[in-house]
Design a protein around this ligand. Structure first.
Ligand SMILES: [Zn+2]
Length: 226
């Protein structure tokens, strides 16, 4: 299945065209394409040989259950166990992502016509939690460097001397840091200075949408991709 292009700032009109009111199937098709770009897999065991059921957007896995495990496109997602249509979830997500100053549960509830503030609060909470990971990544202009921190190995307790990370024999911990210009810092103790370790740190801390990555004679700079 072809993966739809990711949409960055969708207008309200674009949203309504893409997900017409009451068109749950449009939302489900979008979810399926985003969730399983390489074809539907069982959310329980990862088996890709699943059978599509006639009821639509439901599949069955024969691997992880003898009598067959049936699942829908929302199984194992934040949209599961809800009485709200998928389109409401998408709309709330869109509202949260497009309102610069955020949106209170009261505002959301009023806008969506939900009976209770609690419903809006729960949905907003689930959506924001699901969005945390990419948000904490650093974007824009990011500088990456590493440093050595800590005392000499001989001053440490015996039980802490073994396996101490750091340049050979120094006993110091290596800390890799990434800082966004005029912004957040992510720092972490890393095991070693191997290219793969540094690459993993950068991948974890820095968004792939970063516009420029500065390195200050950084040993890992040669291993960073374009
Ligand atoms: Zn399975």
């Amino acid at each position: 299945m072809r993966r739809p292009k990711s949409v960055h700032q969708m207008t309200s009109a674009q949203f309504n065209t893409m997900f017409p009111v009451g068109d749950e199937d449009a939302c489900k098709a979008y979810l399926v394409a985003r969730r399983w770009p390489d074809g539907v897999k069982c959310p329980r065991c990862g088996n890709a040989k699943v059978y599509k059921l006639a009821s639509g957007f439901h599949w069955q896995c024969e691997v992880c259950a003898t009598d067959g495990y049936r699942f829908s496109c929302i199984a194992g997602t934040i949209f599961e166990n809800t009485n709200k249509p998928l389109r409401d979830w998408f709309k709330v997500t869109h509202l949260i992502l497009t309102s610069k100053k955020g949106m209170s549960a009261r505002q959301l509830g009023r806008y969506m016509g939900f009976g209770s503030v609690k419903t809006a609060w729960l949905m907003g909470h689930k959506i924001r939690t699901a969005l945390i990971e990419p948000e904490t990544k650093l974007g824009g202009i990011v500088e990456v460097d590493e440093t050595f921190i800590g005392g000499k190995a001989k001053n440490r307790h015996d039980d802490k001397r073994d396996g101490v990370p750091g340049p050979t024999g120094s006993g110091k911990a290596i800390v890799a840091g990434a800082i966004r210009r005029k912004g957040n810092v992510v720092a972490r103790v890393i095991e070693n200075l191997r290219a793969s370790t540094l690459q993993a740190f950068v991948n974890e801390a820095v968004s792939h949408r970063v516009s420029l990555l500065c390195t200050d004679q950084w040993v890992g700079c040669h291993c960073l991709g374009a």
